[in-house]
Structure formats: structure tokens, C-alpha cells
Design a binder for this molecule. Sequence first.
Ligand code: ADP
Ligand code: ASP
Ligand code: MG
Length: 457
Amino acid sequence: MIVMKFGGTSIEDTLSVERVVGIIASRLEQCPVVVNSAMGKTTRKLLDIARLSAQGMDEKALLRLDEIGGYHFDMARSLTPDFENSDVRTTLERYFEELRRLLGGLSILRELTPRSQDRILSYGELVATTIIASALQGRGISARWLDARDFIITDEKFTRAKPLDGLTCRSIQEKVRPLVESGYVPVIQGFIGSTRSGATTTLGFEGSDFTAALAGAALDVSNIEIWKDVNGIMTADPRIFAGARTVRNITFEEASELTFFGAKVLHPGTIEPARRKNIPVNIYNSRQPDAGGTTITAQTKRGTNLVKSIAYNMPVCIINIVSNSHADPAGFLKSVFDILDREGFTPCAVTTAGTGIAMAVSVSEDMEHVIDELKRLGTVNITGEKATISLVGENIRTTRDFALVVFRNLEDVNIYMVAQGASPISLTFVVDESDIPSVIARLHEAFFKEPDPDTFD
Ligand code: ADP
Ligand code: ASP
Ligand code: MG
């Protein structure tokens, strides 16, 4: 059994869905379980529409909803035999009618709660899986649509819900495994789940990768395949650096560090379920199914390059706090982390001195409250328009002068913070946002001039 997850860019139009159907058809012998995101940029669009409704701009919102409806109906029509008389048409009509009613509710209440946001966003995945399941059936594949909310059971933290491990695992085994064993190809939504009392939740943006890993671990599959629009994990984000190469083999630990430090190629939660069950994760390009891609496993052959990949995170700010009470540095640090824990904030880098602490934190809409809380502990200074850069690779562990090699290449760049040692396989530092492209290009030149052919494509 394998899990195959296809993201939004892999199913953004009829042609790409047909390509995906072909890829699934080529792996039927491996008994695939299919996980889908919403199509194209649908999640983002639904969020914009929900916000418009909550501001009372109903007409504009409904117009935009009609556009999304048209996009999905067009695709469903060209992928479903006898669409007009099909169940797919009635299901899609019901979904869009429900959405219309929900948006109406928002515009009366003039409020978008995290709970209603999750409910609205869930339709992106519900609609997408309905179309994919039907396209597979149209090709003669016995696909079976399943509602992920019957088995991805989460806590009540709407918009960033955490799956309840034991319950979710048992439910997946109960609801999904028998179908595969009877020869069906289950098609399930990524990203969405449900609380125990049945309210729809989401696992956070990009959460479909995470769903794929949860399903793979629960079903003890032989491989978790994540299909994207890039040839795997690359030595840098190809949108920032055109010369990036594919990393063919990478360890769970390296991949986990990369996603923690902002590599947008995978949801950060994806690695842990796979690592726990020691299931290889493959990242492939749905536009080039025969290109090699990346394999993530517990161990890889030791390559000759010091670094596997460079991640960056932006926008970031540095929060600097000088303590009010110099007499109790340990108590001060505890208070800082208590606040971060309460507010659900994880800094990407931290350095401390006797009297204070500096933290690099991703800029987010709900930061203000945290900062107000931190101000009770001391004098707070915030420096914006920064970014973190992280170099990740197993070989860093055994290289004594690694920092020297890095910074020798960046002599004229302003470095605001350096964090090394917390993980033996990475080094993170903070630069100006505007320096990101040039710093990545220079580091890439320094560390990947002679790429080991066993590790990089
Ligand atoms: P999907 O919608 O299939 O989940 P995403 O758009 O979420 O796909 O993720 C793929 C994108 O991640 C790529 O288009 C690429 O721009 C970005 N990315 C960032 N860092 C990397 C990296 N190191 N390797 C590959 N892609 C990366
Ligand atoms: N559709 C969701 C999002 O856009 C989940 C995903 O694509 O992974 O974030
Ligand atoms: Mg994604």
C-alpha cells in the first residue's frame, strides 16, 4: 500500500488532473490511497471571500464565489462522463449552495470566527476530491470518495488543529484499510479534520502534506509519495534561486530542520509520523513524473558536500527584551517562554545574554498581543524587515570550522543574530530581507560548486 498526495498546483486545471489520473493509474498495483489539496489557489480565494462577507460586502463575495464555482464546474464537466445527469453535479451544487448560505451568515454576523473559517475553507478540499474521484472513475478506476472528517479527529484549535494521535490512527485503520483491501482506491481530503463533536477543523495552511503522512503512518504503507510542481526538495527555493538542484537523498532529521526553518516545500508536521514508522517519503514532480525526485529516509549515504539545502524564512523580526530584574535571569527566561507557549509562538532562533534575550520570530497578524505581554518583563525593541537563513546538512555535525566557512563568504553582509549548536546539523542567522537573494546565491556558489552526483541531480 502507498499514499499519494497531490497539491493544489498538481490539480489546477483539466490537463493537470488528467496527468494525475494517469500517474495514479500507473501505480494501481501498489494499492494507492489518494490525498488531495484544494485545486489551484482555491483555499486562498475562499479565505478572501469569507473576509469580504464578514465585512458585509456580500455582492462582491458572491460574485467571487460564482467564479470559483464556474472554475470547478468547468473542470468537473470535462472530466465526468454524462456530467449533467451525474451525482457529481448534484454534490457540487449542494456544496456551493452550502457555501452561499454560510457566507450569508457571516455577512449578517459581520464576523469571521476561526471555527467558521475552517468550515468554509474545507469546501476547497471537499470539492476537489469529488472531482478527482469522479475523474478516476471515468478512467475505469474503482475510486471511492471518503470524508476525512470521519477519521482525522483533532483538538478544538480551529485553523491550526492538532490530530488526536491514537483516535485518528485507529479511525484511519477502521475506515480506510478495509476499502483498500477490497480493491478500492480511497480518495480523501488533505488539510481538514473534525473535532470529536463533529465540528470541521483544519490542520493549518499547507496541511495536506501532514494528512498524507498521518494516513501513511496509520496504514503502515511502504511509501508516502508527495507530488508537487518541483522536482523534489531542492538545494534552495527555486523561486528565489534559479540554479537550485534536486537533493536526491535526505534524512528525516535534515528534512525536518529544513521545514522548521521555513522551506515551504513541505508542511513541518509531515516528517514525524513517517519517521516514527520509518516509512520513506518521496517527493515527485507531477509535471515530470519520470524525474527522480527526493527520497527522505532515516539514513543516507554520506555525501561530499557540507550542506544539503539552504532554507529561508521571511518576513521575520527580531524581538529584543532587556530584563527588568537582572537578579533572576533564569526566572526571566522562564517568563518569556511561558508567554510564547501560552500564545502559541515558536521563535526560529534565540540567543540569550545575562540581561536579556533576542528572538527571531516570523511576522504574523496576531503578534501585537504577545509583544504587549513581553513588555511586562522588560524593555522590548523590535527590528523588522529581517529574514533567517538556515544551512542544513548531516556533515555540519562533524565540521569544526563550519561557521567560519559560512561567514567568510558573507564579509560585507550585515548579520544580526547567529544561532548554532541547538541542532548539530544546522546553522541559522538573521540578515536584512533585501539581502536574501544575494546571500542565497553566494552560499549556493560556495557549498554546491561541486555537487556530489550521488546526492544531487
Ligand atoms: P503543493 O501545493 O503541491 O503542496 P507547494 O506550492 O506548497 O506545493 O510547495 C512547492 C513549492 O515549495 C515550490 O513551488 C517551491 O517554490 C517551494 N519551495 C521552497 N523551498 C523549496 C525547496 N528547498 N525545494 C523545493 N521547493 C521549495
Ligand atoms: N489547501 C490547503 C492550503 O492551501 C492545504 C494544502 O494545500 O496543503 O493551505
Ligand atoms: Mg502545499
